[in-house]
Design a protein around this ligand. Sequence first.
Ligand code: SF4
Length: 327
Amino acid sequence: MAVLAIHNLNVRFATPDGEVAAVSDVSLSVAKGECLGIVGESGSGKSQTFLAAMGLLARNGSATGEALFGGVNLLTADEPTLNRFRGNALTMVFQDPMTSLTPHMKVGQQLSEVLVRHKGLGAHDARMRVIEMLKRVQVSEPARRFSMYPHELSGGLRQRVMIAMALLCGPELIIADEPTTALDVTIQAQVLDLVRAAKEELNTAVVLITHDLGVVAGLADRVAVMYAGRVVEEGAVRRIFKAPQHPYTQGLLACTPRLDDAATSSLVTIAGQPPNLQRLPPGCSYHPRCPYAFERCTRETPLLTPARGGGVKACHLDELPAARQVA
Ligand code: SF4
């Protein structure tokens, strides 16, 4: 059963230059103990989809559709209900921990407050639980770190503190938004291991948002690829890596360096730029960059249809007579 089920989500931002369609008709779900990877370039709508679900859109943003969590539609829930979920059953880890940690408060105090607020623990018990959790996420000398300020910790340690905070209340869902982008490769692997442990040992559902398909390879069970605010392909991680069917997914994979293949280790990029969300091209938003675009792509938005091998993809290529198919 889905821990979070998003149906027909649309997110719009009102700007002085007009409306921006950040997310269009997105439906996604993630189950207990499952990791759903969300992949796409910046501006693809991957973060805004989940910020909308958390009730954390910027003031000029609005969302329609449904984001069901524990039977509650988060999009229409009032602030007290959202606050009951956030930081407790529903937690988020961001790329930059400094945006979530209060700079003038010691990290231990910030973590303890979560337990006092959501679990009703006293100060002593909260401290013990926090130190135990810091140890669990491999923060060395946890009792000493407890009394330190965020700026006194390295980037890797701060991200561990954020993961400790996300895990403290035994969440049903962790949304990790580019959790490793700012970290060096070794620390990246350690942080991803912590997320994997939460998923496997605590049966937590995880949404892993990243621009890098390589990051989801070892962790996600399913992947949704987003482009210009829409899901363009979704399926089991193995199928997506083995047989990507949307040209954008194929392009992203070609940009992912493979250590085992010297021939593909040189950096490839997808030609062109992501579209301006205020002036999306007609038809398939990817058509100005797609090497396989044909006439229909310029006038008709492709719908999600079953993909070979499972999952879905949004592309007209399958309807092109076989003789004219290039992929
Ligand atoms: Fe390319 Fe057309 Fe498929 Fe869009 S619908 S990805 S433009 S082939």
